[in-house]
Design a protein around this ligand. Structure first.
Ligand code: KIV
Length: 278
């Protein structure tokens, strides 16, 4: 990090509740971390990389080692954003001790600013234990992709009274456990709004509500790099996938038709020959 760059910390974001919206995106590698860092307050090394990078059906199936490798890559590219790394499925649910052990590895081996885990009331003890160990935690409630059995398992939460009350209880439990902020994913708008107005820590929405204290999207979704399916809550700001497709098609044609490489792309070619080939 350059001397003048001030890293945004979880404690800085916590006091942004109700102030200017907190801008968050996912990043999984160094080049994307460099691109997103200048514009965002928080970069999430999300386990969504299981789907958008590794081609898996759900976010399950990525290991702690994989998340750590991607966390290290993002930390190499992000100088100012608060970098948060997801604890993957299977790395924290067994006990608070397991959660602390996994969080400690991620935090120490990547140098990130916080970890994120999915879960409400049932994960409050794990969140409290990680926070007590000195590691900031970003909560994640509402639709929890790690619990989905397949793509059809991604269900919007808060549609009936029972579900709405559960999401509210989850938010309160994770706040009380000491999280500095909470992602609310795939939840009925009025419920996400109500939670945002009720709890004292920032809510970060994805398929939630404009009233949330910040927003997050998967960068591959909003840039059009991942187009296997596009959830309703995504606003696509670019069609980078098409740009890349066209570039690759043009390259393939050039190679087949011997238009690439040209002598200007080669080494040891006398300038006079290069000029003659122009
Ligand atoms: O893994 C992820 O990218 C996430 C965001 C969608 C919040 O959890």
């Amino acid at each position: 990090m350059t001397e003048t760059t001030q890293r945004i910390l979880p404690s800085d974001l916590k006091i942004r509740k109700g102030q200017t919206p907190i801008v968050c995106l996912t990043a999984y590698d160094t080049p994307m971390a460099r691109r997103t860092d200048a514009h965002c307050d928080l970069l999430l090394v999300g386990d969504s990389l299981a789907m958008v990078v590794y081609g898996l059906e759900t976010t399950r199936g990525v290991t702690l080692d994989t998340m750590i490798a991607h966390g290290q890559a993002v930390m190499r590219g992000a100088e100012r954003s608060c970098v948060v790394v997801d604890l993957p499925h299977g790395s924290y649910e067994n006990s608070p001790e397991q959660a602390v052990e996994s969080a400690r590895r991620v935090y120490d081996e990547t140098g990130c600013q916080a970890v994120k885990l999915e879960g409400g009331e049932e994960m409050a003890a794990a969140v409290a234990a990680i926070v007590k160990a000195g590691i900031p935690v970003f909560g994640h409630i509402g639709l929890m992709p790690q619990k989905a059995e397949g793509r059809d398992g991604f269900k919007i939460q808060g549609k009936d009274d029972g579900s709405a009350q559960q999401v509210m209880r989850d938010a309160k439990a994770i706040e009380e456990a000491g999280a500095f902020a909470i992602v609310i994913e795939g939840t009925v708008e009025a419920v996400a709004r109500d939670i945002t107005e009720t709890i004292a820590i920032p809510t970060i929405g994805i398929g939630a509500s404009p009233a949330c204290d910040g927003q997050i999207l998967v960068t591959q979704d909003m840039t059009g790099l991942f187009s296997d399916f596009t959830p309703k809550f995504v606003k696509q700001y670019a069609d980078a996938g098409t740009v890349i497709d066209e570039a690759i098609a043009a390259y393939a044609t050039d190679v087949r038709e011997r238009r690439f490489p040209e002598l200007i792309h080669c080494f040891g070619v006398p300038t006079s020959i290069k000029a003659a080939s122009d």
